[in-house]
Structures are given as structure tokens and as C-alpha cells.
Design a protein around this ligand. Sequence first.
Ligand SMILES: [Fe+2]
Length: 497
Amino acid sequence: MSHQLTRRSFHRLAASGAALIGSHALWPLAHADEPADVPWTSDDPHLSGNFLPVQREVDARDLRVISGRIPADLRGVYMRNGPNPEFKPLGYAYPLDGDGMIHAVYIEDGKARYRNRFVDTESLKVERRAGHAVFGSFTHPVPVDPAMFAPGEVPSQLKNGAFVNIIRHGGRLIALNEATTSYEMSMELDTLGQWTAGGTEPLRLGAHNRHHPRTGDLYALEYSWRTPMVKFHRIDPSGKLVSTRSVEMPMPTMIHDFILTERYIVLIAGPAVFDAQAAKAGKSMLQWRPDLGMRIALLPLDGGAPTWIEGDPFFVFHFGNGFERGGRIVVDYVHHESFALVHGKDATLRRLTIDPARRSFKVHQFSDEVTEFPRVNHLYEALPTRYVYVPTLTSSLKLPDPPSAVFNTVLKFDTETGRSSRHDLGNQIVGEAAFVPRPGGHREDDGYLAAFTYDPARRSSNFVLLDARRIEEAPVAVIEMPQRVPQGLHGNWITRT
Ligand SMILES: [Fe+2]
């Protein structure tokens, strides 16, 4: 049976209401007429195990709460994006390739429902028309025949799967990729089109953006693999692009994340550069060039000239938070000694302290535990924070030689004391933990940590809420997912107001 047929048959059944019958989320597992997994396999470890994509789009209500209970006053949606290639890729470089799929858990009145949908990008439309993968990898692009694009679509040899992140700003939900256009989604995960931020053309954005704590403006990064210019857009609380400023790097540089403080944009860029000559020679388009050194730019939000600071190179995919204190800029982040796509086994949580007056910085390592995906309470973004939440890997996960980005423990790291508390999930994989503020909460850690977990023995997934104040205790709630939720990237707690 072809995929299109199975997709249609599923939607026909869903439209009949069958998916909504029953007190628990058993329907999609017990009655679906198509398998959850994509009908292909791969030797790539980041397309195997729980990295194997799912093809089924599911709706399920009244999910079974396995333990604990859903807080009655909690209302909102946890949405998480991730690479989920529908067709077997021609080339694959985790975490830079894939089609986006959003997995959402809607919480209201002490109940939970689940829904997952592909992000229906132009790139995915091209491949669905072809019935197979068309695009190469982000690191090893291949020529794509312009005739494969429909009228109105923009021919490109790079795929835009909008699979890295999903955020809400200006009343809009935005699925983000890296260094390209983003897609607006509905709360029910319909793809509405490319986001223009109030303009006439789709806005190119990076995957990570930051809100200013006083103005509510969204600061968004744009870089390009073609030019050394890095742009920062300011988008007002209504979702309209207000201004853009640029800085120039020595070469086109990959910059996945940045920091915002109350008065500065802080660009912290290791020398992971795009090298078209290397790509023509069959090498990765992304090259680590330590000779170019580390470059940090402090861009005053009032429009003043940037301050540049240089030093020994390292690489950062993700920052937890940054803030100003005592004339310094403090940044908590995950440190990589260099850029490599098969990364993560040497990454550690560290604090970068920048002295703008001396144009210098120093690095302090908090812990030697391997980690990635640092998060804080987003209500304190750009303001002083004490706690960073990160996943790590312990010996209680019984997978032999797990690939990078596989974790089984959530750490709450106290940057004031240097101590951490933890929730070890044993033989279950956990990813990034997003902060969910507790309604009426006043303290920085007054809330929950939300994450999907995966049991490799049962090949099943749960949604877990931990109490952020006491993460070592039993989860507040463990909710059974109606299908396996593949390993993903970034998620956020979305409120409807
Ligand atoms: Fe990221």
C-alpha cells in the first residue's frame, strides 16, 4: 500500500471520529491500518532506534496517566519539533537534516491529548510529488532539478524541513529551521505557510531566538552559508519586523544560538565555517577552522557600535541563558572543544564570564558530566538565573554505545552552589526538558520540567512532568503516548493567551 493511500485511509478514519472514541489513547495503536514507523531503515545511528522517524499522524484524547496526576490548574501545550525525514534520505547529517514533525501534548482540566503532524514545507511537497528523497544533506548538497518545483515555489538545493524548534511569538506559532525561512503553524498543527513577520517576503531566521524581558521584543538571528554577514532582527510583540542590524564575520559561519541580555545582543561564534571549495572537493561544507579563533561581539541594543572580543576557539550549539551582573556578562552554556557533527560526548556545562571593559573572557567548567540542550525558566530569559536544566547520561541506560544526543537523566544545576540534583530515568531515554511555569508561581524554579521519554525495551514513549523544585522526587505525572515519539530537538511550553 502506498504512503499516500495509507495517509488518506488514516484521515478518512480520523474524520469519522474513530480516533476520538475511547477513554484512553489505545485507538491509534489498536486499530490503525498503517504502521507508525516509516517503511524504511538505515544504518545511520541517528536514523535508528528511537531516531527512526514515524510516518503516522495521530490524534488521541484522554491519554492514560500511568503515575501521578496532571495538575488541575495547568493549561497549555507542550510542543516539540524534531527531524523526521519521511523518505529515506540521500544523505543525512544529524542534527542538520530532516522533515519537521511537531509532537504536541495539550493539557487542560487535568487531562491530556496528543497530536503530531509533519511541517508541510515546500521541500516536503517536492519530495512527496516525487515519491522519494530529492535533496542531499545540508553538509553534502546535491543538485536539484528546478523542474521539480511547482510554480510559486523557490528552487533550492538545500532542504528546508523546519524541524529544529517551535516557538510562539506575536500570537503565532513558528516552526524554525536553520538559516532559512520558517513556517507558521496553527495550534492544531496545520501548516499555514512561510512566516513573513508582517512583511511581504518570508523572513529568514535561525533556529534559536530570544525574548527581551522588558519590551517583549523577539530578537532573531539570521546567518547564511553564502555570506559572512550575520543579521539580528528585532520583531515587536505583535509579530512585526521592526529593525535589522548586521555584523560581519571573516567567513560564512554557522551560528546556531546567541545570547540576549537587558542591554546587549551577545554573538559568541566559534570558527565552524561554510567552505564552498571543500564542498566541491566532496568534503563537508562545514569545516572547523581553529586558526580563525573565537569571536564574541557585544551589540548594544541602543544601536551603539559593537565591541569585539577574540580568544581561543571553542564551539557552542546551545546557550542556557545570559545576563549582566557587576559590569560583566555571564553566560551559561554547553561547551564543545571543537565543532563536529558526531558530537556530544565531550560537551559539558560551563559559564562564560565576559569583561567588556577589558575585552576578555574566562570559562569556568561546572561539571564534567556530558550534556547538551540547556534550558532555564524562560520567564527569566536575559535576566539573572540560578538554575540550569540539562540532560545527561548515566550507566543506568542499558543501550550499548548510544549515539550522541542520547541521555537518560535530567539534571538541575545550581550555578550559585555548584551542586546539582537529578532525576535518573534508568533505562529510558530523555531529551531536552522544557520549563513549564506553575500557574501563580513566583520563584525561578516554581514549575515543571516537561519532556518525552522513550523505553527502548518496550519501544514506547511517555510524556513526563517533573517538579522543578524537587526533580529527584517521583514525577508529578507520567502520561502514556499513543505511539512512539522519536528523539527530537527543541520543545517549548505554549500558552494560549
Ligand atoms: Fe538547537
